[in-house]
Write a protein that binds this ligand. Structure first.
Ligand code: ASP
Length: 324
């Protein structure tokens, strides 16, 4: 009966009744990660969901649904029942960049979701295999220009963070490498550690330990300020390169999810981000923990709208440059 009621509520496009929202959650919640396991979206999802599930009193099961730069998993979440039992860890790619790069994107990042909240800011780094001949960013840019399509740039599929920030980087420095797609930057990083791909631009949480361990090279962080997690890595600003980008990961529920359920999820996220252990784990990996005002559903809605507007012209220009 309960099932029928939820189904009916979804069908009518109205929120589940307050009584049902009050009981929520009564069973495990699935958090879709739209990339392969082991990458930054997966890492952030696992760190944050651990404390969230403690607050909610139910398990949060991470399900990796990779494909099409994260848009496959996010489309699945958009089409899931809006009952709070399927949520998704999206990011700047799936909810900011994808509309510019997919003419037939199956969801609208700004209107097909009930935003829950921002989980972490993730600065972007320019990293390369440790056997790379360049010793700094300038040498790397010279190498990339000379190598042309012999250079390999790993990325996590069209519209992903590594793709959008990668094509922007390549158009900024004026080079056209061969782009090597992966189902996430976790597997891309493994191939970089074993020396099979040359470079990528990726979210800090994925690369910090491999940089610290000397398994890959970091040429620059694309921020005006250095990261406390990697104090020795220079900024693009210091190095005089006009390339400053940062990404983020955030949790979304399908549109139509009851505001009471969204509030419970958002409160659990807020508590997770205040938890000392969660904070420590994210900070060690270079994740930037949003302040209270930046964690609300309303702040995330605005972020998505701003990011789509900001990225669309930049990425259309960078994609056109790739095709020239
Ligand atoms: N950082 C990846 C991206 O390029 C995705 C991932 O594996 O989390 O979008």
């Amino acid at each position: 009966m309960k099932r029928y009621l939820i189904g009916l509520a979804a069908l009518l496009g109205v929120a589940a009744s307050p009584a049902l929202a009050q009981d929520y959650p009564t069973k495990p919640i699935t958090m879709i990660v739209p990339f392969a396991a082991g990458g930054p979206t997966d890492i952030i999802a696992r760190i944050v969901s651990e404390h969230m599930s403690r607050v909610l009193g139910q398990q949060i099961i991470v399900e990796n649904v990779a494909g099409a730069g994260g848009t496959t998993g996010v489309a699945r979440a958009a089409g899931a029942a809006p009952d709070g039992y399927t949520i998704v860890m999206g990011h700047m790619g799936t909810h900011g960049a994808a509309p510019a790069l997919y003419p037939n994107l199956k969801y609208n990042p700004a209107t097909d979701f009930a935003p829950v909240g921002l989980a972490a800011g993730t600065p972007i780094l320019i990293v390369a295999r440790k056997t790379h001949p360049a010793k700094d960013l300038k040498e790397f840019i010279d190498w990339a220009k000379k190598a042309g399509d012999k250079a390999n740039n790993a990325f996590a599929g069209v519209g992903s963070v590594s793709h959008s920030t990668g094509i922007l980087f390549n158009s900024t420095i004026g080079t056209k490498p061969t782009m090597i797609p992966y189902t996430g930057t976790g597997p891309a990083l493994n191939d970089m550690v074993s020396g099979q791909v040359d470079y990528m631009t990726d979210q800090i949480v994925n690369v910090v330990s491999q940089i610290q361990g000397g398994n890959i090279k970091a040429f620059a962080i694309a921020l005006p300020e250095r990261s406390p997690a990697l104090p020795d890595v220079p900024t693009t600003k210091e190095l005089g390169l006009d390339y400053q980008v940062s990404a983020w990961n955030a949790i979304f529920a399908p549109k139509g999810t009851s505001p009471a359920i969204v509030a419970k999820l958002s409160d659990a996220l807020d508590k997770a981000l205040d938890d000392a252990n969660t904070k420590k784990r994210l900070a060690e990996l270079g994740g930037v923990i949003p302040d209270k005002a930046g964690r609300t559903p309303a702040a995330l809605q605005k972020l998505v709208e701003d990011e789509v507007a900001r990225w669309t012209p930049i990425l259309k220009a960078a994609a056109a440059n790739e095709k020239k």
